[in-house]
Design a binder for this molecule. Structure first.
Ligand SMILES: Nc1nc2c(ncn2[C@@H]2O[C@H](COP(=O)(O)OP(=O)(O)OP(=O)(O)O)[C@@H](O)[C@H]2O)c(=O)[nH]1
Ligand SMILES: [Mg+2]
Length: 595
């Protein structure tokens, strides 16, 4: 066996060195560890037998003679005993701290030192769980089986070589030592890998303890890796180099084989460990990942006003205003529809047609006898000439119109000497223009396009028999609110309290009809029993049918009123349509009027 021969050569070399040291040192000056070892083995004495599983490996042949050779052999035997104790030594691995001292002694006595120390460290590490314990037990069983196999082999080898010299026996111990080293390394790695698996399994159950165990496992793996690599790269290579130097070529070959086998096995275990490490990292990455944030769903109560902003209120107000406008528009539409649904009476329609009321074409006016070349109002007498125009059928209206009083307050009213006819209505409705049209005297009463021109109660005498009163308008006007309110109050006071007032001509714009302020004044005149007559103005702006509809509408609305004088008069100060009929009505009134 070349392997055996190589080992033998190596051991001989080491033995020679140790024997040399032993000669220099006396028995008392032996190393402490050796002395301890000897004291432990004193029961057995130098002649004690060293056994592996009952097989006698070595028995002193010199009968207790202590020479340098025997001392060296004792020393070797002691070393072998240490290994033997480990081979047989299920106890040292399982026993308590008292046996650990022995392990330390064995480790100190070991020439290599590192391998034993590593094994002790690995073995002393506690298993992480019950499974780990089981695994350690299983591993120890497997180790036992392996060690048993090695022991059997070594026993066979030793029995076959029992008659050989002590050198050969020592070689056996050395080879078994190497085998044990490899086995222990395997066992330690397996245990570690099993521990890592078990820890990964526990990670799924207990996340909190997983980090701690993981760290432990990582540290274990790192230490073992470092040691294994150091073993592979450093110590083992050095030993191999030493062996390589000392061994012959066949032994070199076997050593290389062993080294390759160990390297392969270690690589396999390292791969497994790396895989486990990756799996652990992956397992640990899952709990480390940040938890998914839940999307917060805010449910807003549509009836809750507290969450609403100020803009919402503004928009709500705006929408409210818009709604009101829409309602008003709808009402207007409905009013227009109602207005267009009015069927005027035949008398009204004939009156409108006879007096050419409403919008008419100039050619039509010409055909009817009106002189279209004259300034407004056109003479209401068809086919009239200039002198004929000056002739007004009603003598009262042929009198000169003169302004004699203006009043801003009721106290400044002139004395009621003459029967009075007042012209009331909203601003810009055509009150002043109607006065001019009735008397055909333009320029006495001022008119304007701007509403609110007349701001006082203006009193005009028409001859010595009749008084015409131009009232300020109410409603919209270019004047201050206070002034307008004062006008209204003054008008109300006049129409309700004026003694000589025989009739109030309430002028209504034909296009727009009656407004609330008109109704207010009507109610006031109804309460004060003031006679009033509705006069539609600006009839030339609308269609004849609409003039008739408006007249019909107002007649129907004022049917129940007692102070109203029927019929509704329709005039146009611009064209002069209907002015003749109004003169007739008013002159008749003055005729029967009594002061
Ligand atoms: N087309 C047309 N325009 C008229 C008619 N009557 C008056 N107007 C015009 O209406 C405007 C107002 O006329 P005014 O007579 O000043 O009205 P008012 O009611 O006296 O107004 P205030 O004095 O402000 O209250 C003038 O520009 C007139 O030309 C009419 O019958 N047809
Ligand atoms: Mg006026």
């Amino acid at each position: 066996m070349p392997e055996v021969e190589g080992l033998r050569y190596k051991i001989n070399k080491k033995v020679k060195l140790k024997v040399g040291k032993a000669k220099v040192c006396e028995d008392d000056s032996k190393p402490v560890n050796a002395r301890r070892k000897l004291s432990d083995g004193s029961n057995k004495g130098p002649s004690s037998k060293y056994k592996i599983d009952g097989t006698i490996l070595y028995e002193r042949e010199n009968g207790g003679k202590k020479n340098s050779r025997s001392l060296a052999e004792d020393k070797r035997n002691l070393n072998q005993e240490g290994y033997d104790g480990e081979v047989n030594g299920r106890k040292p691995f399982r026993q308590s701290s008292t046996d650990r001292k022995r392990k330390r002694i064995y480790a100190d006595q070991d020439d290599d030192g590192e391998g034993m120390q590593n094994n002790v460290n690995v073995q002393n590490k506690k298993p992480l769980s019950k499974e780990g314990k089981h695994s350690s037990r299983d591993d120890s069983r497997s180790r036992k089986a392996k060690s048993h196999d090695v022991q059997q082999l070594s026993a066979k080898f030793s029995s076959s070589r029992s008659r050989k010299s002590s050198k050969d026996e020592f070689i056996d111990g050395k080879s078994s030592k190497k085998a044990l080293l490899s086995l222990r390394l395997h066992g330690g790695m397996k245990e570690l890998s099993y521990d890592s698996k078990s820890s990964s399994h526990r990670l799924g159950i207990q996340k909190g303890s997983a980090e701690v165990s993981n760290e432990k496992i990582k540290s274990k793996v790192k230490t073992v890796e470092g040691k294994v690599y150091s073993k592979l790269d450093g110590s083992e290579d050095d030993s191999l180099k030493k062996h390589g130097k000392s061994m012959s070529e066949p032994t070199k070959h076997t050593g290389q084989k062993q080294h390759r086998h160990m390297a392969r096995s270690l690589e396999k275990t390292l791969r497994k460990m790396r895989r486990d490490k990756k799996a652990l990292d992956n397992d640990c990455a899952v709990p480390d990942a940040p938890p998914k944030k839940r999307k917060r769903v805010i449910r807003i109560d549509p009836h809750d006003i507290s969450n609403k902003r100020l803009d919402d209120g503004i928009s709500a107000n705006e929408s409210y205003v818009k709604k009101e406008e829409d309602i008003e528009k709808a009402v207007e539409i409905s009013k227009n529809a109602q207005f267009r649904a009015i069927q005027p009476s035949p008398s009204i329609l004939s009156f409108v047609e006879d007096n050419l009321l409403g919008r008419r074409r100039l050619i039509e006016l010409r055909r009817s006898g009106y002189n279209i070349n004259l300034s407004a109002p056109l003479d209401n007498i068809p086919f009239s000439t200039n002198p004929e125009r000056e002739r007004i059928e009603e003598t009262v209206f042929r009198n000169k119109l003169t302004f004699f009083a203006a009043a801003k307050v009721s106290s400044s009213f002139p004395p009621p000497d003459l029967p009075e006819i007042a012209f009331a209505g909203r601003s810009n409705v055509g009150k002043s223009s109607l006065l001019n049209a009735l008397t055909r005297q333009w320029g006495v009463v001022r008119t304007s396009d701007k509403p609110g021109l007349t701001q006082t109660i203006n009193f005009f005498k028409l001859g010595s028999k009749l008084c015409l009163v131009d009232l300020p308008g109410y409603g919209f006007a270019y004047a201050k609110e206070e002034v307008k309110e004062a006008w209204e109050e003054l008008v109300k006071e006049y129409v309700s309290t004026r003694i000589g007032l025989k009739r109030v001509c309430l002028l209504i714009d034909t296009k727009w009809g009656m407004k609330p302020r008109d109704h207010e004044l009507i109610n006031l005149m109804e309460r004060s029993q003031t006679k009033y007559q509705i006069v539609l103005t600006k009839t030339d702006v609308v269609f004849p049918i609409d003039v008739a509809r408006r007249a019909m509408q107002i007649e129907e609305s004022l049917k129940e009123n007692k102070s109203v004088v029927q019929p509704v008069m329709m005039v146009s100060s611009k064209t002069g349509a209907g002015i003749r009929g109004l003169r007739t009505v008013l002159s008749a009134m003055t005729r029967f009027a009594k002061l």
